[in-house]
Design a protein around this ligand. Structure first.
Ligand code: NAD
Length: 490
């Protein structure tokens, strides 16, 4: 993101109350292509006045008959149409996502399909959000109704803009809520496209508003007194600010934050099976994945796996997203510099850089924000590079002897998002699954390519609340209890 004006690029406007409009104060920003640093798009920058307008539009749409009185089955049909329209535009959406974020085209295509799946999945539950009856005895009828919570403010990060737009908005819309969504200034293009597609599919104006903006825009949304709920995905420090701002208005929040997820590889694991999955989790999306397995705990005696991992990492091809390489650039120069800072720190901390360690030497990549896939050994779990979320293609490998030690190291982290266990021994697998304090445990499996249907969220500093699956609907509904006395029974 840069505020330098680029008049030659067409302006991508805010999506507010069903219309594409410039920001109230006329501000714009430029989105850069991370593979070469050139200007990719000029985008309207929403300010507090635009947030006010969007929240007012979402509030009005929430009670307007065309949305509030729409039958749940029709809401489901509408979400299905959005899913189909996303698939129909898969080519251009993947292309745009790949250029905006820098991710390999194949990954971008998978993200388009995941976005469609979110709408499809929640389309199917729109008409199944029933309540219950509670037996209070003769002369009393007690029942519950699951009502939509209202206006949902959604703030998303840069790393999976298509998926995160769909992940929050689809369940909210299925429940009958309306949404004001603020994408990251580093990746605002496909969220705007999802908003346009939804509108073209017949979503009433004001039901889904998309306001590209920066931290100030996000703060205006999180602290807005007229929203009913906040869904935030991003870093821990920002998540704390968002949760505090929402709490000041007694507005509930879901905060999906960072991670430093352990990958426990026992000596009896199927190394060939584990290798692709471990590398895909750590290095896919250039390591910019909240659930990436970046802390590899390797049982002594399993050094062969380390050799394979180092060789595999060294073989991965870097390049612009559109050439569909193994690894694309990081999203922005600030992200590349942050990762490089951690790599410099790792050397100071005494790490042995087994492969990678910085920007690639290839002059063709010099203008992009690339970092080589990197494997670090020789650090303890106390090193900052082993504890802090780097958010780049960097793993630390730490040795352990037995399951107890593995569990202790796995849990010695402020985070608790995902975890991965590789072993052929069911007893060890179940002990780890029971003992690891994290929202997700994968055994001989990886989170990549799974996950619309299952609940996702963090323990500890990785956040609270759950997205995905049926559990996400808890954030977008609230329960009303109705107790009726009749006859003389009460
Ligand atoms: P970030 O916290 O810097 O920004 C996230 C969003 O918050 C952006 O839209 C940003 O503009 C906005 N924002 C910034 N300051 C704000 C404020 N004061 N009030 C309200 N909004 C504000 O995160 P990022 O760098 O975009 O994304 C990377 C982080 O996201 C990593 O920590 C990663 O682990 C996390 N993440 C978590 C999940 C998950 O599901 N748990 C998924 C993806 C990413």
């Amino acid at each position: 993101m840069t505020s330098e004006p680029r008049g030659e690029l067409p302006l991508r406007e805010l999506l507010l109350d069903g219309k594409q409009v410039p920001a109230a104060d006329g501000r714009t920003f430029t989105v850069l292509d991370p593979s070469n640093g050139t200007a990719l798009a000029q985008v309207a920058l929403a300010g507090a006045a635009d947030v006010d307008q969007a929240v007012a539009a979402a509030r009005a749409a929430f009670t307007a008959p065309e949305w509030a009185r729409m039958r749940a089955a029709d809401r489901g049909r509408l979400l299905n149409r959005i899913a189909q329209a996303i698939r129909a535009e898969a080519g251009q959406l993947a292309h745009l996502e790949s250029r905006d974020v820098g991710k390999p085209l194949g990954q971008a295509k998978a993200d388009v399909e995941a976005a469609a799946r979110y709408f499809e999945f929640y389309a199917g539950v729109a008409d199944k959000l029933g309540g219950s009856t509670i037996p209070l005895g003769p002369g009393l009828l007690d029942y519950t109704v699951r009502e939509p919570i209202g206006v949902s403010g959604q703030i998303i990060p840069f790393n999976y803009p298509l998926q995160n737009t769909a992940r929050g908005s689809a369940p909210a819309l299925a429940a009958g809520c309306t949404v004001v969504l603020k994408p990251s200034p580093e990746a605002p293009l496909t969220p705007l496209e999802i908003g346009r597609i939804a509108l073209e599919c017949g979503l009433p104006p004001g039901v889904l508003n998309v306001l590209p903006g920066d931290g100030e825009t996000g703060a205006a949304l999180a602290g807005h007194p007229d929203i009913d709920q906040v869904t935030f995905t991003g870093s821990v420090p920002t998540g704390i600010k968002v949760a505090q701002a929402a709490a000041a208005n007694v507005v509930p929040s879901v905060v999906e934050l960072g991670g430093k997820s352990p990958v426990v590889v026992f000596a009896d694991a199927d190394f060939d099976l584990a290798l692709g999955a471990v590398a895909g989790s750590a290095f896919g999306n250039a390591g910019q994945t909240c659930s990436a397995g970046t802390r590899i705990l390797l049982q002594r005696g399993a050094e062969e796996f380390l050799d394979k991992l180092v060789a595999h990492a060294a073989s991965l091809k870097l390049g612009p997203g559109l050439t569909d390489p193994d690894i694309g650039p990081l999203v922005a120069a600030r992200q590349r510099d942050r990762v490089q800072g951690y790599l410099d720190l790792a050397r100071q901390e005494g790490a042995d850089v087994r492969t990678g360690g910085g920007a690639p030497a290839d002059p063709a990549l010099a203008d992009g924000y690339y970092i080589e896939p990197t494997v670090l050994t020789g650090l303890t779990n106390q090193a900052r590079c082993a504890r802090e979320e780097i958010f780049g293609p960097v793993v630390t490998v730490i040795d352990f002897d037995d399951p107890e030690e593995a569990l202790a190291i796995a849990n010695d982290t402020p985070y608790g998002l995902s975890s991965y266990v590789w072993t052929r021994d069911l007893d060890k697998a179940l002990r780890m699954a029971e003992g690891i304090r994290a929202g997700q445990v994968y055994v001989n499996a990886t989170g990549v390519g799974t996950g619309i249907e299952l609940p996702f969220g963090g323990y500890k500093h990785s956040g609270w609340g759950r997205e995905k699956g049926l559990e996400a609907l808890a954030s977008y509904t609230q329960t009303k209890n109705v107790c009726i006395g009749f006859g003389n029974g009460s």
